[in-house]
Design a protein around this ligand. Structure first.
Ligand SMILES: *[C@@H]1O[C@H](CO)[C@@H](O)[C@H](O)[C@H]1NC(C)=O
Ligand SMILES: [Ca+2]
Ligand SMILES: [Ca+2]
Length: 315
């Protein structure tokens, strides 16, 4: 074999390997970052603005004058102070930041709400949801596409009942949000784990063994060699996932895997914002303290423009 032939061979085989569908399915629910900006307050407060308002909302403040910014910030402070005692605590701030980050969740529920609330009474009953989602299946329980609607409906009903805290089979907006986005709610974590385990546990023994774990993220293609990341996952399973070393993952071990208790970015940011603006060091913030530091919380780019223009005019 000549050198050019050898090179061709090598590059072809590399092509073959890289074009294989080795993309990994990710079951892990991570808390998203608060902002994609760098957190360096010495440079600017862009990270804090994204964290405090959500990235989309933060942009809308860029065009405001300082006065407008302060006024809107003042109204936001009233909303953050949920117990209305006139102070914003670290806990209230953290809850606010978490909410700002979850805006896309609330937006998607808002979009779907009308579709399901057939009688427009402000609630979504299980019957309404079932009729809208599975109406065609209920009319024709033996569809040709072979899809298991029955199983999906049973699973949806179980999740719906879990989200429905007061058990009246009717979901408020908050309950419906928990139904559609269960990973965002503590009281839904068990059902998230249960559904994931049912997906992966092919032999139905109530545990995830090593082959089921790997089989969920990687499908063997004939006798092809396993890619490196799959070998790493096998080691991960043995060393970290299967904590009690009985060769399989139980509920708790699965929970630790798919719902890791990540570093709490919202809590860290709330502490940071309080520390930076708490002038009398009583550990909580008044509206005045927050508005005083409006450039940290919401900023307003119009400031610099405005002042630059004024200065320019003076010439
Ligand atoms: C659901 O569909 C059934 C059958 O068409 C109907 O009898 C029932 O009233 C519907 N329920 C709701 C809440 O829309
Ligand atoms: Ca309704
Ligand atoms: Ca185990």
């Amino acid at each position: 074999m000549t050198i050019p032939q050898l090179l061709l061979c090598l590059s072809l085989s590399m092509l073959c390997i890289s074009s294989k569908p080795t993309e990994k399915k990710d079951r892990v629910h991570h808390d998203p970052q608060l902002s994609d900006k760098v957190h360096d307050d010495a440079q600017n407060f862009d990270y804090d603005h994204d964290a405090f308002l959500g990235a989309d909302e933060a942009k809308t403040f860029d065009q405001l004058t300082p006065e407008e910014s302060k006024e809107r910030l003042g109204m936001i402070v009233d909303k953050i102070d949920t117990d209305k005692d006139g102070f914003v605590t670290e806990g209230e701030l953290k809850a606010w930041i978490k909410k700002a980050q979850k805006k896309y969740v609330y937006d998607s529920v808002e979009r779907q709400w009308q579709e399901f609330d057939m009688n427009q009474d402000g609630f979504i009953s299980w019957d309404e949801y079932r009729n809208v989602t599975y109406g065609t299946y209920l009319d024709d329980p033996d569809p040709d596409d072979g899809f298991n609607y029955k199983q999906m409906m049973v699973r949806d009903e179980r999740r719906f009942k879990m989200a429905d805290k007061d058990g009246d089979l009717t979901a408020t907006k908050e309950e419906f949000t928990a139904f559609l986005h269960p990973e965002e709610y503590d009281y839904m974590k068990d059902i998230v784990v249960q559904e994931t385990m049912e997906d992966i546990d092919k032999n139905g023994d109530g545990y995830i063994d090593l082959e089921e774990y790997i089989g969920d993220m990687y499908s063997h293609d004939g006798d092809a060699d396993e890619p490196e990341w799959v070998k790493t996952e096998r080691e991960q399973f043995v060393e970290f996932r299967d904590k009690n070393r009985d060769g399989k993952m139980d509920k708790e071990e699965t929970k630790d895997w798919i719902l890791p208790s990540d570093y709490d970015h919202a809590e860290a940011e709330a502490r940071h914002l309080v520390y930076e603006s708490d002038q009398n060091k009583d550990g909580k913030l008044t509206k005045e303290e927050i508005v005083e530091k409006y450039d940290l919380f919401v900023g307003s780019q119009a400031t610099d423009f405005g002042e630059a223009l004024v200065r320019h005019d003076e010439f």
